[in-house]
Design a binder for this molecule. Structure first.
Ligand code: ZN
Length: 276
């Protein structure tokens, strides 16, 4: 982008390598640098999700404005912005070549995953605390051991009894593998906290079987105690935890709310709509 060498349709048509210069995503506007990084309907949807999750990606008038906006941002937001543009451009190219595109939500979660793992790497290498948005999400979150995966789950409930359960799954590099949320209606937050763990069974994928161990973390101490008791008593009546049978090691952990912020975001987002 900074070298103005992305082969957008305007770039290509100027060089007589492409017939039209309109955005192939159906925006009815020329496809050029500012369009793909700001005004395209596809990128706007992704920014919409990021803004709902509190990342504040503003709309800019020109690419030059975008550059000066980026200069004032933390390394996490710069990573997040660049990852978002990279992934949506990649997605656009796949669609141009006839593949089915990814949803804006899946591009959003993937971009957060890439930006998060970059900051976690920096964090681990430097041994210093990085003061940026990342610490909001990972104040004391620790990655699982190599070849393990870790689920963080949470629930959220409004006075209207509209609720949501959600969670995220990471590997030992801190890479986000999966995010999910289910909206529901209930009056008991404890019921929802348990439902959040049960939902793991629903979103469990076959490729997770390649991992040796699984850690499940939640911030409700009573629910975590209940699961511990059931595991000790031989898992009777715990069919909803059947996915744990696939692993040699299962750990169920209580963490404080600060370490569970990303799962909390998913649970809150799920109040609006379910997602995977
Ligand atoms: Zn467009």
């Amino acid at each position: 982008m900074f070298n103005n060498s992305i082969p957008t349709f305007k770039f290509l048509s100027y060089r007589r390598l492409q017939a039209g210069s309109l955005c192939p995503m159906g925006c009815n506007e020329d496809e050029y640098l500012h369009h793909i990084s700001n005004s395209c309907s596809k990128i706007k949807d992704v920014f919409g999700h990021l803004n709902n999750w509190g990342f504040a990606i503003i709309s800019c008038h020109s690419f030059a404005d975008r550059c000066s906006w980026l200069e004032k941002k933390s390394s996490f937001i710069i990573n997040l912005f660049c990852s978002t543009i990279y992934l949506s451009w990649k997605n656009r190219c796949e669609m141009v070549f006839g593949k089915t595109g990814k949803s804006p939500l899946s591009i959003t979660t993937e971009a957060i995953g890439i930006a998060s793992s970059l900051v976690i790497c920096n964090h681990q290498n430097s041994g210093q605390l990085v003061v940026n948005q990342q610490d909001l999400l990972y104040k004391s979150w620790h990655p699982p051991p190599p070849d393990w995966i870790k689920f963080n789950v949470d629930a959220s409930l409004l006075c209207s009894y509209k609720g949501g359960v959600g969670g995220v799954c990471h590997d030992h590099r801190g890479r986000l593998l999966l995010a999910f949320g289910r909206s529901c209606v209930h009056w008991d937050i404890a019921h929802l906290e348990l439902l959040a763990i049960k939902t793991i069974n629903e979103v469990f994928k076959d490729w997770m079987l390649e991992y040796n161990g699984i850690i499940i973390e939640g911030d409700n101490i009573n629910i975590i105690k209940l699961i511990h008791k059931k595991i000790k008593a031989g898992m009777e009546g715990m069919e909803y935890l059947s996915f744990t049978k696939n692993f040699n090691h299962v750990i169920c952990n209580w963490v404080n709310r600060d370490s569970n912020k990303l799962a909390d975001l998913c649970a809150n987002y799920a109040i609006l709509s379910s997602f995977d």
